[in-house]
Design a protein around this ligand. Sequence first.
Ligand code: KG4
Ligand code: ZN
Length: 338
Amino acid sequence: NKNIYILAIESSCDDTSAAVLCNKKALSNIVATQKIHEEYGGVVPELASRAHQQNIVPVVHQALAKANIDKNQLSAIAFTRGPGLMGSLLVGTSFAKSLSLGLNIPLIEVNHMQAHILSHFIEDDTHKTPKFPFLAMTISGGHTQVVLVENYFKMEVIGESLDDAVGEAYDKSAKILGLPYPGGPLIDKYAQLGNPKAFPFPKPKVEGLNFSFSGLKTSILYFIQKETAKNPNFIAENLNDICASIQYTIINILMDKLKKAVKQTGIKQIAIGGGVSANSGIRKALEEAEIKHGWTAYIPKFEFCTDNAAMIGIVGYLKYMETEFSDQSVTAKARYIL
Ligand code: KG4
Ligand code: ZN
């Protein structure tokens, strides 16, 4: 049995990443995070695509070097076709197309959302692999979805955010509190020191398995404006309690919908992915649900939770085994439904 070597490229948002996989194992997974967006409080698309152009060649070189693989050993190139920012996607897509042409090896397009879910199948001794069918919840700065996963290639979105993504809710709340971008990890850090019931925020009423986070952001803004008018030091004096209350509300929103999805499908295997999977509140809530409701929760290694090319590589490998290749006419797709 011949080893398959996949070079994978991810450039959908603000991280430039390249990885080399040998079959299902990641030999390297290099991520260049773009610091430039910090001072703007969010990702600036034009700056992101320029940074991808600067980063892509060195990142690919590093991924090959770290894996100790020569480009002539590669079996195929996998890349993120979408969804994401058009200018960012174009950099990875054109690079992958050219390299596949130059090396005369197959080109494999990958849906970024499918990759977040299939990241659970990257071979890793410390991580158990979910069994089909399972429910996947992707939670990040760009996505909030609940997906029914029947097999590698058959997935159905059964719930998603109608407005902001959950990571955005974290980051925008953090901005209101004067915390730097991305504020999610900071809210999580302070939340662990505060009282989650100090300040009750309303939960949105959304039908079915869909989510909404924009109302929460507005109620936090009004609350902070009202309290700081009375006491200019309100935020500083209550930061831990405010963060704990925000976190409590967000985690409740996520867990309510997950419970509903489990009830609706009868599936108790829950896999999460995306940057917010690092959150201590969601991890704790899932651990509790394992005991209380008999769920099995799968949480990937942090390196595979946030945007990375190894997750693109695992989909590349699985598609390679099915000889599902793209041709040179393939183009980037900003809106790319799962
Ligand atoms: O997956 P990711 O790296 O990029 C995409 O947005 O696709 O996710 C980044 C998001 C940011 O919104 C960040 O604030 C959030 O994940 N995040 C967290 C935590 N760590 C990262 N949010 C809450 N708690 C955390 N510990
Ligand atoms: Zn992502």
